[in-house]
Design a protein around this ligand. Sequence first.
Ligand code: NAD
Length: 455
Amino acid sequence: METSRSEITDLLSRQKAYFADQKTKDLSFRIEQLVKLKAAIKKHEGKITEALALDLHKSELEAYSTEIGILYEEINFTLKRLKGWAKPERVRTALTHTGSKGFVIKEPFGSVLIIAPWNYPFQLALSPLVGAIAAGNTAVIKPSELTPNVSALIKDLLGEIYTDSFIATVEGGVPTSEALLEQPFDYIFFTGSVPVGKIVMEAASKHLTPVTLELGGKSPVIVHKDANITLAAKRIVFGKFTNAGQTCIAPDYLLVHKEVKQELQEAMQEAVLEFYGENPLESTRYSKIVSKRHYDRLTGYLSDGKILFGGNRSDEDHRIEPTFLDSPDPASPVMNEEIFGPIFPVLEFTELEEAITFINGRPKPLALYLFTESREIEKEVLGRVSFGGGCVNDTLMHIATPYLPFGGVGESGMGNYHGKYSFDTFSHSKSVLKQTSRFDFSFRYPSAKNGLKLI
Ligand code: NAD
């Protein structure tokens, strides 16, 4: 199901022509398209849930809270504010520019390419699309080939409401993605792994196409001895095992103060039992691993440390129990590759400094989670560790508010989106200085007798 180069070239030239027609710049057009998108998601809620269950064994609750509901929130938030965001913004001018007016016009880039991953295959394809439409672009979406049911559904759903000269879905795997990346898009929004992010950036450089890279990496959790341990345990288990750990901002590994390690570990075990029952492999609330390749990669990590809890798996359904690994060697694969699955290394520290040094010695994480009741410790960690975004005394929840920008830093990505940040990401800020014709200062011209000294 790859899409040919000629089909892609033809599609992009039709999108460029559509954009050149100026239709997408009209605010009421954009609003109408977002309203249509929301209605189509509503209409197909059942099918979306079904496709997510087929591809990832996602429960209905998880499908709604992490894929569907979050999109309604994003669309509603945008619809309410879009008029204000799209207005040209008046800015002050310098004294040297007396008589002139400065303003910033938000203009769409043109035709944007959105490449999506498989772990939240619906939401991560459509959430950037909300920003792209709001800003007035046309878009091509390339969903992940690893979640074929969701990919087909996205194509049908968008095809039902949009002409592909405006919004198109191009299905396929690596060859299709490569063919798309050869094209002169006006913006590329990529969500996926660090190695592929590098490929995308290299391809984009050929046309100097600007990019947003939403990548991954190893997101740590620090639990200090003064934390509310029962609450920390529940919130960590929630963040780690939602979608069986296949979440870009899932806690990757745990750094816990030695004095509370045992207590936290027991509380996390209780939380696993409460959330997924005695046998998570049979639970309807627990996702499977997306493919055999990822399942084999994950089971390989099970020998990187002593199993404290869990460890059972089902080769047939590609499912692995929530598993805690005790103090794996920092040089082992599980401590150097993004885990992206339900395996949780537990390491201890005695001084906060050790935890900070450990994290700062590695690539900048996409997320960081800190559990503490101390303002001092919070200030220390937030001030000294660079990371994309995160939470104090919670996990994952920073991604679910449209008021916060979401994105990485360093190897975990560049750029951000959600809410107004999405609109800004998909808009070029065009600066304009409107000069007065009522008078003119001649001192700036080469012929001036007494040139003005600015300093
Ligand atoms: P991936 O990088 O393998 O694939 C992402 C997309 O790129 C897919 O559509 C795929 O078809 C395409 N692709 C794969 N190889 C390619 C190549 N050689 N050339 C061109 N295109 C290619 O990522 P994935 O396995 O789908 O997703 C998991 C990764 O995504 C994890 O690293 C995770 O942390 C990251 N992620 C990040 C975010 C975020 O918002 N920052 C969200 C979800 C996932």
